[in-house]
Design a protein around this ligand. Sequence first.
Ligand code: ADE
Length: 422
Amino acid sequence: MSNGLSGDVKDIGLSDQGVSRIQWAAREMRVLKLIRDRFVNEKPLEGVDIAACLHVTTETANLAITLKDGGANVVLCASNPLSTQDDVAAALVNEYGIATYAINGEDNETYYKHIHSALDNKPHFTMDDGADLVSVLHKERTDLLGKVIGGTEETTTGVIRLRSMAQENKLMYPIIAINDADTKHLFDNRYGTGQSTLDGITRATNVLWSGKSVVVCGYGWCGRGIALRAKGMGSHVIVTEVDSVRALEAVMDGYQVMPVGEASNVGDIFITATGDVNVIDKETLDNAKDGSIFANSGHFNSEINIPYLESISSGKRLIRSSVEEYSIKDGRKLYLLGEGRLINLAAAEGHPSSVMDMSFANQALCIEYLVGNAKELGKTVHSVPNDIDETVARIKLHSLGIGIDSLTEEQELYLRSWEEGT
Ligand code: ADE
């Protein structure tokens, strides 16, 4: 940027709007606020350089500000080309002095250029969402690895990639899997994805959910949340799975379960949340009803076979924002939302602040933990320490004004004893 600010954002003039929206999100991020207040006083991250690759949203801004208030030098880049909120990126640079490289709609080349810009910060710690930053660091910027002490990873897909790296002994420093914390996946993945996915599809299409047949591909925590919310809106929900236990769980949760091929001519709306490739493949696209809508809520735009969709189409047009109408050669029209990218961030604002509060409280506390402990950890993927997970839950409940019981001495004793029976 030529005006002395560092970063690459769409329009620095959007800063004021970004600041108000960041403040609005902060109202619901009370756990992070408590951490921030402590960080301001204790400065546990003094002298620490962080390269963060996250969705640039109002919630992420509150995390970045917290880390900065803790003394860290943070540089941020986008973890998806379509998820950046341009006003937030402008505010981070202009108001909060956090170098941010993120432009909504950036092409692939710019996306990776921005990752390199974040790495130019020569980080002690990486903070990633999907493992693209870690991947570039290990493949193209190995000169920087000597300084890196540790990292965190936000999401299921990223954790899977990192575990593969660790298994092949390719991971060069310890990374904490934030996604594994109970206070992350039970809430962010389930209630966050559940709400924000329906929000994204609704904002893109304005469809009525009531009475629709909705096919949810994948019954992990995200799929569970999406199915639950679609059911709540009055949809008939069909779940597809490859895992027998999860499929059985979906059956007993009251959903119809069938192979995706069978669901292909039943569904009105198809939503993928598996983390795998070509879940919506040729068979489904060939058999889908005229007017079917396809959306993805997984991290990468690989779950719907878009090249095949293109190949069976005679043309496409953007019929409304985030909705592409494909004219299939056999006369059907199929609709792809948000270019097959994660729809909750491409067409809406991602998860609500109140769940991101817990995910990002884990992030902040884990970076603090790594500052003191990374050197003792092996070069693999680690769980969030239990006491951090419990602390986040306890503070969240407190912030919601909810008290709970604790065990009496008699109950503790009873639980420890094995002699008492029938
Ligand atoms: N991932 C999903 N929703 C998000 C949000 N609101 N901010 C950052 N990352 C997210």
